[in-house]
Write a protein that binds this ligand. Structure first.
Ligand code: TRP
Length: 372
C-alpha cells in the first residue's frame, strides 16, 4: 500500500490516524481531557465519545482560559468548489454542538478565493456562487443566527487583509513550501492564501479589542494552516488557535475512496433527492462477503463497510445500536443489504429534514452573512 498523502488539497491512500498525530505533532484526544470537557458540557457528543474527533492542539489550554472566564469563540470553514456533501457536514455537526454547549460565537470562512486559485475549471463567479449555495447548508445545520458570522473571502477581504499581511510577513516561502508542498509551478495566489485562512484565527481579537481564544473544529487535513498560524501568533500578540481534528468520512466506493463533486456516485450531496441517495447507498462499497452463504458462515468486516462506517461516524447516535450492528455484521447475522437499508433510512430522513431547512435558509441569508 502506497503511503497516505494528507495535505489540504489532497487526501489519498490508507490514512493511519495515529501516525498523523506523530507526523503533524498534535496530541491525541485523551479520555482525561474528554472528561474535563464534559464538566462543561454535561454530556459528550458521540463524535467525541467514538473518537471520530481524535486529536487536538491546546484544547486543555482553551478550557483553562474558559474556566478563568475568558470566553472562547469557534472558527471553521469550507472550500466552495461544488455542492456540499455529507462529509463536509460532519465537522459542522460537532461545531453546532459546541456552539450550543458553550453559547459561543462562530466565524465561518468560505474560501471562494482559494477554490478559484486552486482550480483550472472554476471561475471566480463559480466559487462565489457555490459559497452562497454552501452557506444554505451551513445555516440549515442550525447555528445560532445571533452568534454566527459566515463570510465569503471575496466579500470580506478588506477586513481580513491587514491581518493576513501581518501573518504573511512573518511566514517565509521556505516554511510555506515545507508545510504545504508548494513548488515553482504553484501560482503566487496560493502561496499567499494560507495567510488568509489564518486571518479568522486573529479576527475575533481585532473585532473585540481583547485577546480572544479560538477553537477550530475541522478535518485533520487543515492542520497545516494552524501550524503556520500558531508559529506567528506570539510575535503578533495573539493567542495561538486551538484545534480539534476529525477523521474523514470515506467515499461511497470504499475506505480509501474520495468524495468528489465530479463523481456523483462517490458521495451523498445535500441536494440529492432522498431516493437518489438511497440508490447510491445500495450501490456503495460493502464489507460483506461475495455470496450470502459465505457471509452467513464467515461474517463481514464493519471496519471497511461503508454503511457501518457512516452509521458509526455520523448517522447513528445510539452507541448500543452501533455496537450491535457491528457485532451482528461481523457475525454474519446482518447482511450488506440489511446495513445499507438501515443507513439509507437514516440518510433519507436526514435529507428530507435538511432540505426543508435549506429552503428556509434562503430567507435567512442576511442574518448570517457578513460583508465589507
Ligand atoms: N481550506 C478549507 C477547505 O478547502 C476551507 C477552510 C477555511 C476551513 N478556513 C477553515 C476549513 C477553517 C476548516 C476550518 O475546505
Amino acid at each position: 500500500m502506497a503511503d497516505a498523502v494528507v495535505t489540504p488539497w489532497d487526501v489519498s491512500g490508507d490514512v493511519d490516524y495515529d501516525k498523523l498525530i506523530k507526523e503533524f505533532g498534535t496530541k491525541s484526544l485523551s479520555d482525561e481531557l474528554l472528561a474535563r470537557l464534559q464538566k462543561h458540557t454535561k454530556d459528550l457528543h458521540f463524535m467525541l465519545r467514538r473518537k471520530v474527533f481524535f486529536s487536538h492542539r491546546d484544547l486543555d489550554w482553551l478550557l483553562s482560559k474558559q474556566e478563568k472566564g475568558e470566553q472562547f469563540v469557534l472558527y471553521t470553514g469550507r472550500g466552495p468548489s461544488g455542492h456540499t456533501h455529507v462529509g463536509h457536514m460532519l465537522p459542522w455537526i460537532l461545531t453546532k454542538w459546541l456552539q450550543d454547549k458553550f453559547d459561543t460565537e462562530l466565524y465561518f470562512q468560505l474560501t471562494d478565493d482559494e477554490k478559484f486559485l486552486n482550480s483550472d475549471k472554476l471561475s471566480m463567479e463559480d466559487t462565489h456562487n457555490f459559497a452562497y449555495e454552501n452557506a444554505l447548508d451551513i445555516i440549515a445545520t442550525g447555528f445560532n443566527p445571533k452568534k454566527t458570522f459566515i463570510f465569503s473571502n471575496q466579500d470580506y477581504a478588506k477586513t481580513m487583509y491587514n491581518i493576513a499581511l501581518k501573518v504573511a510577513k512573518l511566514t517565509t516561502f521556505s516554511t510555506a513550501k515545507g508545510v504545504f508542498g508548494f513548488n515553482n509551478s504553484t501560482n503566487i495566489g496560493m502561496t499567499f492564501f494560507p495567510a488568509i485562512q489564518a486571518a479568522p484565527c486573529f479576527l475575533p481579537t481585532e473585532l473585540k479589542g481583547k485577546k480572544t481564544p479560538v477553537l477550530i473544529p475541522a478535518a485533520i487535513d487543515q492542520d497545516p494552516y494552524w501550524r503556520i498560524t500558531r508559529d506567528v501568533a506570539d510575535r503578533l500578540g495573539y493567542y495561538k488557535p486551538a484545534a480539534l481534528h476529525g477523521r474523514f468520512l470515506p467515499g461511497l466506493q470504499g475506505p480509501n475512496s474520495k468524495m468528489s463533486a465530479s463523481k456523483p456516485d462517490s458521495a451523498i450531496f445535500t441536494v440529492d433527492a432522498p431516493e437518489v441517495a438511497r440508490k447510491k447507498i445500495m450501490k456503495s462499497f460493502s464489507g460483506g462477503r461475495q455470496t450470502l452463504k459465505e457471509h452467513k458462515e464467515k461474517g463481514g468486516d464493519p471496519d471497511v463497510d461503508t454503511s457501518c462506517q457512516y452509521l458509526f461516524q455520523m448517522f447513528e447516535e445510539d452507541d448500543d445500536k452501533v455496537t450491535e450492528v457491528f457485532r451482528q455484521f461481523r457475525a454474519g447475522d446482518l447482511t450488506s443489504g440489511d446495513v445499507k437499508g438501515m443507513l439509507a433510512d437514516k440518510v433519507e430522513a436526514f435529507l428530507k429534514q435538511h432540505q426543508k431547512k435549506r429552503e428556509q435558509a434562503k430567507k435567512n441569508l442576511d442574518k448570517f452573512l457578513v460583508k465589507d
